[in-house]
Write a protein that binds this ligand. Structure first.
Ligand code: BGC
Length: 766
């Protein structure tokens, strides 16, 4: 665990420079605005440990999947969002020496991310061998108002001498990808350029990307007419200048870059649009543009903030997760989804996983239900590809990919791609979850049932009938726990498939009554028949659920109890995380679980399982869980809250919410865990806040951690907005908008009316 991030409720602060940890801090200080973004790299460059990256959402390259031995069903292409034009770059030369923190002598390094407005600031003092000192201050932000805009202010103040400063702000597309396996030297080709605008395109997919740059030079805040010499090379545009800066004066370089890519803009127009956009902001200064973006951040924070009093560390982490998730994905574009690492690293290739449906949507439903609808439509729009994907494996119905950008499967590891088919049920669960939370039944008729029916058809084909026991089983899968592959009857997979088949059967009946015309159209489109629906019900009833009556727990998969039984607490700290210390063979043979598997099912259907079942299974599985997926501790924390394990719930929440800030899994160097950040917000709302929707009733069951004095947040549920405030002795629920409704609080029903609140004494719960 790392402990180098400091700060307060609104800021993430790095005091001091840690070259060994630079890859980690670069991840932590990543910035994005949903359209584009990159790691917290230094503008002037850095020759030490670094991964220089900047990405554009949805701009990908079809990388070739690598296999030792290709087998039928393996995906041939792995689409990955690739590193794009470096637009933050500003070369700096001070008294003839290139500024590079790997070689320059400096002190007082500080980097601050202000989560209120998305401003990243960095400062340090350079001292050269002649004891000449220069203060450097750098600020940058990606506007959330003008999503095509990046702004940087780079200032240098010589303290005890007149300095000669040279600089070259630039845009460079001669860049590399560490992770893409394409054999080619670069994955981008130049399309055109002039002295301000560079247009490049991805090889094969031919996405066009235009970047236009404007540089302004100020001395002591006065605009200076310094001649900028264009430096134009292959896939590179720079604007070079040099000047003397007197002692005590400040040279400020302002760099503005406007980018347009062809995901939603015509290729022929990207250059024009990026120039026009740049033009439209030339009369504004850095602070003007920042304040417009800040205003929008303020509005976002008013709606999404979760306030925690009494625990700065939890408040900071919670805001960090809100900030990162909401700046990575803004939800307006149906072509985009949430990638596990967002814009903070190459790993996971910018693709979408089941993480969205299971770990992000439960949080987003409470804050931005309209965004959830777009996320569901993203999958609806990929239905045909999912049908083709199932066909590739020789199966009926639809199999959604584990990892995707365009709907096709894009991952090369068979035990994940081919075996983690549990993700298919996640698509259905998300629809169910959306509808129960929004009452948008038309969605089921217009889009939902097509997805649900095709996923059910897949499960009905993928199960195996065991005549001797008159049961259906599911063979050869990997459950959410990726430490055990090719297992039979993974409890989570079976339970979810059983539920999908039953739900699909019931929804078919419901749709027939709700909109007969639509029902007929869908049946015709996919050749669904009543016999097929009945078949789903029959398979669902007979689908095997693995339970050990003696232990009274669900069994994660056939043979799980025969695995080498070790407890996580008995593994030496120096061997953690085990995935970085044990061989895969060792991991596979042990009972160690990577992430919530059975316990995830208990959370998703927490109205189906009794408290006793939750407690028994938690007690059995938690000591055997390594939480080495970022998606684990959050789920266990919710169940821990529910079964009354307050301290455990808090500790697991800490682990989930500070996963990256403290680098608990020793892998933040590759990028942040953005989808896990979504997951880490669920324990606050559903665990500590105890918010649920059961049988159409919104229920509140708060259980605030001991260390907290106050917890307050807003939630949307069933077309209403509530403000929930919990203190040590009072619970306050206000219905801010929407019609009067019956709610349940600690098991009792109350009517709540618009703009009115419900307040109750909860001091005895302490
Ligand atoms: C987890 C998967 C997850 C993926 C992306 C893996 O480590 O085991 O469940 O989908 O990361 O977040």
């Amino acid at each position: 665990m790392k402990n180098i991030m400091e700060g307060d409720e609104w800021n993430i602060v790095q005091n001091g420079f840690y070259p060994e940890d630079n890859l980690f801090t670069e991840s932590i200080f990543s910035l994005s605005n949903g359209y584009m973004g990159g790691r917290g790299n230094f503008e002037e460059g850095y020759s030490g440990k670094t991964l220089r990256s900047f990405f554009h959402a949805g701009i990908y390259y079809p990388d070739k999947s690598l296999y030792g031995w290709y087998k039928i069903g393996y995906p041939k292409i792995n689409n990955v969002v690739i590193n794009s034009t470096d637009i933050i770059g500003i070369k700096i030369f001070i008294n003839g020496n290139k500024l590079d923190l790997a070689h320059t002598n400096f002190k007082n390094f500080k980097m601050v991310l202000n989560m209120k407005n998305g401003l990243l600031e960095r400062s340090f003092l350079i001292i050269d061998e002649l004891k000449r000192e220069i203060i450097v201050k750098v600020k940058r932000f990606l506007s959330i108002h003008n999503k095509n805009l990046l702004a940087i202010s780079y200032s240098l103040t010589p303290l005890n001498h007149e300095a000669h400063i040279g600089s070259e702000p630039y845009m460079n597309c001669l860049i590399k990808n560490e992770d893409a396996q394409g054999k080619e030297e670069t994955l981008w080709e130049e399309v055109s350029k002039d002295d301000r605008t560079l247009v490049v395109k991805t090889k094969k997919t031919e996405f066009h990307l235009a970047s236009s740059m404007n540089v302004k030079i100020y001395e002591n805040k006065k605009l200076k007419d310094v001649p900028l010499i264009p430096v134009i090379k292959d896939r590179y545009i720079g604007h070079r200048f040099e000047m003397n800066v007197k002692e005590g004066k400040t040279l400020e370089i302002e760099k503005y870059v406007s980018c347009y890519n062809s995901l939603n803009t015509l290729k022929s127009e990207v250059a024009m649009k990026s120039k026009e956009n740049l033009e439209s902001v030339t009369s504004y200064g850095f602070n003007d543009l920042l304040s417009v973006s800040e205003k929008l951040w303020r509005k976002k924070w008013d709606e999404m903030d979760i306030e925690i009093d009494g625990d700065v560390s939890a408040q900071q982490a919670t805001r960090y997760n809100l900030f990162m998730l909401n700046s990575t994905f803004t939800g307006e574009d149906k072509k985009l989804n949430i990638s596990p690492k967002g814009f903070s690293g190459e790993k996971y290739g910018g693709s979408t996983y089941w993480d969205t449906e299971i770990f992000c949507i439960p949080y987003l439903l409470h804050t931005e239900p309209e965004v959830v609808k777009n996320l569901l439509l993203y999958r609806y729009n990929h239905l045909q590809k999912a049908i083709e994907n199932a066909k590739l494996l020789g199966l009926k119905g639809a199999l959604y990919p584990m990892i995707t950008l365009d709907g096709s499967e894009g991952h090369a590891e068979w035990e994940i791609t081919l075996m983690e088919i549990h993700r298919n049920s996640a698509m259905v669960y998300a629809i169910y979850n959306y509808i129960r939370s929004t009452d948008d039944y038309d969605y089921m008729a217009d889009y939902g049932f097509e997805v649900i029916g095709n996923v059910a058809r897949f499960w009905a084909d993928r199960v195996t009938y065991k005549k001797d026991r008159d049961i259906y089983v599911i063979l050869g899968v990997t459950g959410p726990d990726e430490f055990h592959n090719n297992v039979n009857n993974d409890w989570y997979t079976n339970f979810m498939a059983k539920w999908v088949l039953d739900y699909a059967y019931k929804q078919a009946g419901w749709l027939k009554g709700y909109n007969r015309q639509k029902y007929k159209e869908i049946c015709k489109k996919y050749n669904f028949t009543e016999e097929e629906f009945d078949d789903w019900e029959n398979i669902s009833k007979k689908l095997y659920i693995n339970k050990n009556e003696e232990l009274d727990v669900y069994i994660q998969f056939d043979g799980y109890l025969e695995m080498e039984d070790i407890l996580a607490s008995k593994i030496a700290k120096k061997m953690l995380p085990i995935v970085q210390h044990w061989s895969w063979d060792r991991i596979n043979r042990s009972c160690m679980i990577k992430q919530a598997d059975v316990v995830l099912g208990l959370f998703l259907f927490d109205d189906v399982f009794t408290l006793k079942e939750k407690k028994d299974n938690f007690d059995f599985y938690e000591p055997r869980t390594m939480h080495e997926s970022s998606l684990s501790a959050c789920i266990y924390s919710i169940i821990a809250s529910e079964i009354g394990y307050g301290d455990k719930a808090y500790n697991l929440y800490e682990r989930a919410s500070r996963l990256d800030l403290n680098d608990y899994n020793n892998d933040t160097i590759h990028g942040l865990h953005i989808t896990a950040m979504g997951g880490s917000l669920i324990p606050v709302i559903m665990g500590f806040g105890g918010v649920r929707i059961y049988d159409g009733i919104i229920s509140f069951n708060p259980r605030m951690p001991k260390a907290w004095k106050r917890l307050s947040f807003r939630i949307n549920a069933r077309k209403r907005r509530f403000l929930l405030t919990i203190t040590r002795d009072k619970l306050h629920i206000k219905l801010e908008s929407g019609d009067n409704i019956l709610i349940e609080v600690y098991g009792k029903k109350y009517q709540i009316s618009k703009s009115k609140f419900l307040e109750m004494d909860i001091s005895s719960n302490d």
